[in-house]
Design a protein around this ligand. Sequence first.
Ligand SMILES: [Zn+2]
Length: 245
Amino acid sequence: MPKGTTALDVAKSISPRLADAALVAKTNGDLIDLTRPLEKDTDLRILTEKDPEALEVYRHSSAHLLAAAVLELFPETKLGHGPATDSGFFYDFYRPTPFTPEDLEKIEKKMQELAQQNIPYAREFLPRDEGLRKFKGEGDFMKCHFIEQFTKPDEKISIYKTGNFLDFCRGPHIPSTGKIKAFKLLNIAGAYWLGDEKNPQLQRIYGTSFFSKKDLDKTSASLCRSKCGTGSSSASCGIRRHPAP
Ligand SMILES: [Zn+2]
């Protein structure tokens, strides 16, 4: 294997179809970006939507898409973190003005636009000082906290870029936003920064995403049944108006 070969190169050499379906790779027990150069001859699995592990990466990538959309619409927003959960994903935001249900609709629409633009999740490494300066300059106090807590001085920090949106994140992610086919924002909940009520209150936007519209609709309907008792389809249910769990 030539130096610099990526999992995507391997997938392409197997079949164009696999390269197209590939979402993330697994090597030595670690999930990695398809575009990360492989270090040496190693065991490698290419994961597609048939692999449950790929769904978590897909949902975390959906959280980045959510944050990118929020920043486009509400650039004053400060960023917390955005993990996948068992049933979807969330992202924590700090913004003095509360997001309204109408805002969620706008954000979801912006996410759709950004998905259509098929923007890559591009990884970069920045010197830690430079990363801290950048996030500090934008008032991103939560990102600075995470960088200080999870990296050491003199270390390069891992940044993912989705269009104009930069996130301090170790990844991995799916190749690009266009791979996200079916998603929905569900509701907003309040959460204190670091769980301490003396800290600013954050707005946690919950969403979910699936590999297919069919799976999304099925789950939205059952979420509705459990929350509002209607079991109506995702298009007509006002689930996002429900109070947070
Ligand atoms: Zn990430």
